[in-house]
Design a protein around this ligand. Structure first.
Ligand code: ADP
Length: 351
């Protein structure tokens, strides 16, 4: 007869492929119940966006079936997102992972990536907030079809706008449509700080911040003001864009903010015959990633649905989740979640 110890022993032979440690010592196993030949338990992953969920589930089932006498295994795959020990605690808000999205220059799709990965993480079941801190072009309200904040309730903190479970605040909400934003340093800082503390974000698994493009003083000081855990750099494949993206990587390096990876946007144009036309050159993102020792998180095609989705407030992850572009964004979001889990785990381990 199988007992609980045998089940736990079997599970201690299953490794988390990202964290390189077994599931039992990672405290991922809960609620083990043995009922004759029936065994049930929960596997608590570090993110609902785990790209290896299916593999882990298969490994777990195999281990229990081969190493115990159990004939029936019920696995409840669940998750609890956990940041570093110093996960940002701000009054009633708490952010496990703060992810900055940056780029060397404008127009490469940084806001498009921010919006779609935030929505993708929310779709997977995470609690997600999105802060549009792009003072030069706060386009996120338009991309999401949101034109302002909900009416404040008396005596309560200001509520972010909400779409598909994603909480959104944009610096664009502070200005009239079409008015250029001219911020003096201190004003910008207090605005950004208020965005974090004065809003009712609640407990978030991921707080995604769309930074202004470039690597000037504004970007540098904004990155210092925000409690960023890791950064994602968006670039198009042209050499000039890659050069600018390289400067963005250096900026985060200087601030000791780890890079989760590079996203190559407008990587190719899918042709009707299935071929890929590399309009802006090939492998720029891959080269940059290997040059700076990070990973290429994904290649996003040039797709009218992405551009139009941004114009009409209907991002491709919501509008066409099963399209190639929708799937690419889902995969990128999951890779970012995996990197965030891995880095937070290593940081917790090293104290
Ligand atoms: P950034 O934030 O870097 O300035 P945006 O995300 O605003 O760039 O994107 C610039 C424009 O390009 C937007 O109109 C957007 O909809 C469009 N766009 C971005 N990525 C793609 C893509 N992969 N395919 C088609 N259009 C895109």
């Amino acid at each position: 007869m199988t007992n609980k110890e045998q089940v736990i022993n079997a599970l201690s032979h299953v490794m988390d492929p990202e964290l390189h440690q077994d599931l039992v010592s990672l405290n991922m196993v809960e609620n083990v119940v043995v009922d004759g030949e029936k065994v049930s338990f929960s596997i608590v992953l570090t993110t609902p966006s785990c790209p290896l969920k299916t593999k882990i589930e298969a490994d777990v089932r195999k281990a229990v079936l081969t190493m115990t006498d159990a004939k029936e295994v019920h696995i409840n795959m669940t998750s609890r997102v956990q940041g570093t020990k110093k996960a940002v605690d701000l009054g009633s808000n708490r952010f496990e992972h703060v992810i900055a999205v940056g780029s060397g220059k404008g127009g490469v799709g940084k806001s498009t990536v921010s919006v779609n990965i935030a929505l993708a993480l929310a779709k997977d079941g995470a609690k997600v907030g999105l802060l549009d801190a792009d003072i030069y072009g706060p386009n996120i309200p338009r991309m999401l079809g949101i034109d302002g904040l909900p009416e404040p309730l008396p005596g309560q903190k200001i509520r972010p706008a909400e779409l598909q479970g994603l909480k959104i605040v944009s610096i664009g909400f502070l200005v009239q449509n079409g008015q250029p934003l001219i911020w003096r340093g201190p004003m910008l800082h207090s605005a950004i700080q208020q965005f974090i503390t004065d809003f009712d974000w609640g407990a978030l698994d991921y707080f995604v911040v769309d930074l202004p493009p470039g690597t000037g003083d504004v970007q540098l000081s904004l990155s210092q003001t925000l409690p960023i855990d890791g950064a994602v750099i968006v670039s198009t494949p042209q050499q000039v864009a890659i050069d600018d993206a390289y400067r963005a990587v250096n900026m985060f390096d200087k601030l000791q903010i780890p890079i989760y990876g590079i996203v190559e946007n407008m990587a190719y144009l899918p042709m009707p015959d299935g071929k890929k036309l590399h309009v802006f050159g090939e492998n720029g993102g891959e080269h940059l990633a290997s040059l700076v020792g990070t990973r290429l998180l994904g290649r996003i095609p040039i797709d009218p649905a992405i551009g139009q989705g941004g114009d009409i407030g209907s991002p491709v992850v919501i509008q066409e989740p099963l399209s190639d572009s929708g799937q690419v964004f889902m995969d990128i979001a999951r890779s970012i979640a995996a990197e965030a889990s891995k880095m937070a785990h290593n940081k917790r381990k090293s104290g």
